[in-house]
Design a protein. Structure first.
Length: 237
């Protein structure tokens, strides 16, 4: 796995651990057998927006059947098949966009969250990536679970007998390489629910997410040269 990670550009700043690493054409997923969904998804934003959205949701047959969700598990659940790596981020090639519809890239998201603030942040990240000062934009995101509260499940009684815990929160951390050679990082954590609050109100330190998620984010960054930034209240980027 280490050799494969070395040639994956999104792994440049580190690849967190997971039960199974799924390498796709332009993003990588760290899959959790325990949660039957991705622990994290890591990508480099694709600047070219050419190919139309494929909408071909399907199971990922690289995952063992005992831990693999199916379309049936989401049907009638009341939750969206929420993208971790956004379809609109990977539209240079048809194959790249198609891979974002693998269920290994999906997580049960509340409808108002998926089409609300989660979508807002996806759009803001694409806007950030177009800044003239930006060389490349790396994004890692994933589900979080607050075990002090009851955890809901979807998928009970379906054909493959797989249940999927519903995350209580989600995180996203954005790393930007500037053309000047500097690096900036912004991190966010949201409850899995509809909100009217602004994106800035969900900004947290990267270390907060690491403690909550139990993973090391951007682990290849060392020393004091990199500031893990928290959003200014009046300006997102």
């Amino acid at each position: 796995m280490e050799g494969a990670a070395l040639i994956k550009k999104e792994a440049r700043y580190g690849l967190p651990e997971a039960d199974q690493i799924l390498f796709n054409r332009n993003y990588t997923v760290g899959y959790s057998y325990y949660f039957r969904q991705a622990k994290w998804a890591l990508e480099v934003i694709d600047r070219d927006k050419v190919i139309e959205r494929q909408d071909n949701f399907r199971s990922d047959y690289r995952i063992p059947p005992a831990f693999r969700p199916d379309l049936e598990d989401y049907k009638g659940s009341g939750y969206h098949r929420g993208h971790l790596v956004a379809s609109a981020n990977q539209r240079e090639l048809q194959a790249n966009n198609s891979e974002t519809f693998l269920l290994s890239n999906m997580s049960p998201q509340a409808p108002g969250f998926n089409t609300g603030i989660w979508k807002d942040l996806e759009e803001e990240v694409r806007r950030l990536d177009k800044f003239p000062s930006v060389l490349e934009t790396y994004v890692i995101c994933g589900p979080l679970f607050d075990f002090s509260k009851p955890v809901k499940e979807i998928g009970k009684g379906t054909r493959n007998k797989v249940t999927i815990p519903v995350p209580t929160h989600y995180f996203k951390s954005i790393l930007v390489e500037r053309k000047s050679g500097t690096v900036d990082i912004w991190s966010f954590m949201f409850p899995n629910e509809k909100t009217t609050k602004s994106l800035e109100e969900f900004a947290v330190s990267t270390s907060t997410i690491e403690r909550f998620a139990g993973v090391v984010i951007w682990g290849n960054l060392v020393g004091d040269k990199v500031e893990r930034k928290k959003n200014a209240k009046k300006k997102l980027w």
